[in-house]
Design a protein around this ligand. Structure first.
Ligand code: GLU
Length: 307
């Protein structure tokens, strides 16, 4: 009975690629009547966030997606993340880092540099070394990194298959004082008891870091299922707003019904046949996580006859 979640950022209207991932995430949990949560990841909350949240929930609901209340927000939990950071600092699991992105890029370009990632510049400094870095640094305030050992973390993704990634010293708190996405998402998975994370496959590379943080928190690592992205027909690049009618309101304006869009999304995931129009309940009943399509979806709804 995997408890799942969908965790968009309220920065605009969801496009059909996002809606497709949301549909898969919802079905993964709800097909066996399990919990499904909505979380808005709003680190950089800006003025229109309320409006975007309402619009996103409305579009999800129009497709028949339902979730357990309450809807949660990253920005409501700063104190919780700060408490986790305080604990990690007290246990000496972290170190302050004064490196700018440019420092890291330049260090990586130097001869004999580690092939990828953070070069470890600030990892083992004593008090004098820290004072020197603070004085020479180009950044206003240090970030806080989790002391890592460059371990290689592997997991078996339920869609992608086996994945491995090297994890070095992960940023937990950014230079601007906000907790990093990798920290907040990991704390939230643990606190919300999330058992399956279904999301787009552009997040595969950061998953090993999240697994490391979840282990540090003493939590159970969820099953990950990374769904291939939707791509634009012309360019093959990840679908974006500039690619035409790509949101539910835009498709509705062109004559599509929510049922039509939901059915096309389910078909694109290999979860119903071309001549069927299942209700959302029927879609749940027949959902089989083992038979999801594993290739990107080439978006074509805006070229098809609406129904
Ligand atoms: N908030 C992220 C996004 O909108 C998703 C992160 C996640 O699902 O872990 O891309």
């Amino acid at each position: 009975m995997p408890v799942g979640r969908y965790a968009p950022s309220p920065t605009g209207t969801l496009h059909v690629g996002n809606l497709r991932t949301a549909l898969a995430a919802w079905a993964w949990s709800r097909h066996d009547r399990s919990g499904f949560r909505m979380r808005f990841e709003d680190h950089d909350r800006h003025q229109a966030a309320d409006e975007h949240e309402r619009a996103q929930l409305r579009d999800l609901e129009a497709l028949g997606i339902d979730w357990d209340e309450p809807v949660t927000r990253t920005s409501d939990r700063w104190e919780r993340y700060a408490a986790v950071l305080d604990e990690f600092v007290a246990q000496d699991r972290t170190f302050p880092c004064w490196c700018s992105r440019r420092d890291i890029r330049e260090a990586a370009a130097a001869p004999h540099a580690p092939v990828e990632g953070y070069p470890g510049t600030c990892r083992d400094l004593d008090a004098a070394g820290r004072a020197r870095r603070a004085a020479e640094s180009r950044v206003e305030a240090p970030s806080l990194r989790l002391r890592g050992e460059g371990e290689v973390v592997g997991f078996v993704d339920a869609v992608v298959g086996p994945v491995e990634g090297r994890v070095d010293d992960i940023v937990l708190r950014r230079g601007d004082g906000l907790p990093s996405y990798n920290l907040t998402v990991s704390v939230d998975e643990v606190d919300e008891g999330i058992e399956v994370v279904v999301r787009a496959d552009d997040l595969v590379p950061v998953t090993p870091a999240q697994i490391v943080i979840i282990r540090h928190l003493g939590g159970t690592v969820p099953t990950y299922a990374h769904v291939p992205l939707a791509v634009a027909a012309g360019t093959g690049r990840r679908l974006a707003k500039r690619d035409g009618a790509v949101t539910l309101p835009e498709l509705e304006a062109a004559g599509w019904t929510a049922t039509g869009v939901r059915t096309e999304l389910a078909r694109s995931l290999g979860w119903c046949g071309d001549d069927e129009v299942p209700s959302s309940g029927e879609l749940l009943d027949r959902f089989d996580p083992h038979h999801l399509v594993r290739t990107p979806w080439v978006y074509d709804l805006d070229e098809r006859r609406p129904w």
